[in-house]
Every structure is written in structure tokens, then in C-alpha cells.
Design a protein around this ligand. Structure first.
Ligand code: GDP
Length: 297
């Protein structure tokens, strides 16, 4: 489907096996291809542009060693820089859920996989860290979404807050926190309502919930296949609500994962987990090298 970057650069450099430093011409030619590859992998244009700029600086003056071709050398520089940007400064710290009951706010657009991810993450915290988790759906407009979380809760063996019709999202958030305190839960996960598009009402609602719940973590769930849109969503949620991390879903699909790079570069917020399917255990920690490999093709 896509021509991978190594092949592409192989074509550009041809049979050239010259050694010595990469020349400015080599670099300029190669990085045009890198830019196209990034855009094909759904990296947003400004992010691709900046990325190419910083790689150009790193590539200048680098000696081409005997064992590799200039093309391979550039691929390595690009790969290392991708991992560097995706990983951010050091390893992502653990989720801040040490002070029970720690509120975790789940935000994102409708259909991004927010409810599924809430249940997956609750299961993970229970199974791997022995946490007692309480989940609550704040989607007062869609009773089906509340039911969905209850069904998933039963499936993964995690409690959900009983549904009381007629309450506002803030009232539900308060009730969830109270219940979590009384019930001795470690973590209370709040699955906020989504919309198909970002609108002011949604943002105001999520802000009000945030102010009431005072979350320790606010995780934005984004569909990893939506590319450039994912970046706009991340920017807007981060600007209005403030996010502490990102979960990229549908990474089991055939997308190239460029959204990860764009979101990391634009928001500076760590990608914590990736969703790899519909099953309840299809959630993994984020591995920058895997996404870097995928972006390069
Ligand atoms: P919400 O509206 O954001 O709460 O989205 P849902 O959690 O209801 O998910 C919407 C659909 O996406 C459901 O059919 C999920 O099973 C599916 N889904 C969620 N995460 C993933 C994922 O990582 N991979 C795949 N393939 N499907 C997912």
C-alpha cells in the first residue's frame, strides 16, 4: 500500500555507496522523501515540517559509516528522532492514582472508544495493580452509554455506580466520589459524555465536571485512525480542560500512527496507552519504538 521509507530512500540514493559525511544535497533530497512519508503516515503538516527541520540539523556533518548506505543512515537518524519526540523527556511516569479514591477523568469525542477504554483501563488497574476501581458514566444524554459501561463493568468484574436518572453530570461525579470514599475504592473513573464534534456545550460540561471532581489524571481518548483531526481534538481538549495524557485507540487498524507524533508534538502530553482491539484486554502501554517503526513503514 505504502512505499516504505527505506525503499524510498534507496531509490533516491540509488547505488550510491560513497562514504564520508552526508552532504547538504544528500540530506535535502532524503528529507523531501521523509516529509512525504510523514504526511502519508498522517502526521500533520506543521509537525512534519518541524520534524524535518530538526532532523536536518542532526544529519548535517554525520559521517556515513562503512557498513551502511547514506539512505540507511538517514533512516536511522529519522527513526531515533521519532522515538525521541514520541517518548518525550524520559519515561512516562506512572498514573497518579496513589491517593485514594483517585479520580480519573476520561474525555474525548463520541465513538473514540472512551467507554471501552474506561473499562479496559479499570480492568488493567484491578488485575495488574490490585486496585479497587469504581466506574461511573456521566453521559446523561445517552442512557445506552450508561448501560454500556454497566455491562462492561460486569464483564470485567469492576463495580459501576448505580444509575440514578435525572442527575446532572456534576451530581453524578459528586455521588461517585462520595461512594468511592465510603466504599473504600482506590480509583474512581469518570466516563464523561462525548459528542460527534467538539462544541462549546460539551467543553463547558467537561469543565464543570473537572472542577467538581478535581481529577488526578485526565486522559483524552482519541481514535488513532483520525490523523489530523486527532490533533485538533487534542489541542482543544487540552486548551479548555487540560489533559494529563492520551490514549490512542484503534491502533490494531491499518493506520500508520502519525497522529501519535502530531499529538505528542502539539500538546507535549504523554501517550499513555494504545487500544489494540475491542476485547477488554486489548490495551497496552505505549511503546515509542513500535509507533516509530510504523510511521517509517
Ligand atoms: P465512545 O463513544 O467513545 O464511548 O466509544 P465506545 O467505547 O463505545 O467505542 C466505539 C466502538 O469502537 C466500539 O465498537 C468499540 O468496541 C470500538 N473500539 C474501542 N476501542 C477500540 C480499539 O482499540 N480497536 C478497535 N478495533 N475497536 C475499538
Amino acid at each position: 500500500m505504502f512505499e516504505n521509507l527505506s525503499d524510498r530512500l534507496g531509490g533516491v540514493f540509488g547505488k550510491l555507496t560513497r562514504q564520508g559525511a552526508l552532504t547538504d544535497d544528500d540530506i535535502a533530497t532524503a528529507l523531501r522523501e521523509v516529509r512525504v512519508a510523514l504526511l502519508e503516515a498522517d502526521v500533520s503538516l506543521p509537525v512534519a515540517r518541524n520534524f524535518v527541520k530538526s532532523v536536518t540539523e542532526k544529519a548535517r556533518g554525520q559521517a556515513v559509516t562503512k557498513s551502511v548506505t547514506p539512505g540507511q543512515q538517514v533512516v536511522k537518524i529519522v527513526h531515533d528522532e521519532l522515538v525521541h519526540v514520541l517518548a518525550g523527556e524520559g519515561k512516562s511516569p506512572e498514573l497518579r492514582i496513589d491517593n485514594p479514591p483517585a479520580p480519573v477523568l476520561m474525555v474525548g469525542l463520541q465513538g473514540s472508544g472512551k467507554t471501552t477504554t474506561t473499562a479496559k483501563l479499570a480492568k488493567r488497574l484491578k488485575d495488574r495493580e490490585g486496585k479497587r476501581v469504581l466506574m461511573a458514566s456521566l453521559d446523561t444524554r445517552r442512557p445506552a452509554a450508561m448501560e454500556q459501561l454497566a455491562v462492561l463493568g460486569t464483564q470485567v468484574g469492576v463495580d459501576t455506580l448505580p444509575i440514578v436518572p435525572g442527575q446532572t453530570p456534576v451530581q453524578i461525579a459528586n455521588r461517585a466520589k462520595q461512594q468511592a470514599t465510603l466504599g473504600g475504592y482506590d480509583v474512581v473513573m469518570l466516563d464523561t459524555a462525548g459528542r460527534l464534534h467538539i462544541d462549546d456545550e460539551l467543553m463547558a460540561e467537561v469543565e464543570a465536571v473537572r472542577d467538581a471532581a478535581k481529577p488526578r489524571e485526565t486522559l483524552l481518548v482519541v481514535d488513532g485512525l483520525t490523523g489530523q483531526d486527532a490533533v485538533n481534538v487534542a489541542e482543544q481538549f487540552d486548551g479548555r480542560v487540560g489533559i494529563s495524557g492520551v490514549v490512542l485507540t484503534r491502533m490494531d487498524g491499518d493506520g500508520r500512527g502519525g497522529a501519535a507524533l502530531s499529538m505528542r508534538a502539539v500538546t507535549g502530553k504523554p501517550i499513555r496507552f494504545v487500544g489494540l482491539g475491542e476485547k477488554m484486554d486489548a490495551l497496552e502501554e505505549f511503546h515509542p519504538e513500535r509507533i516509530a517503526g510504523r510511521i517509517l513503514g
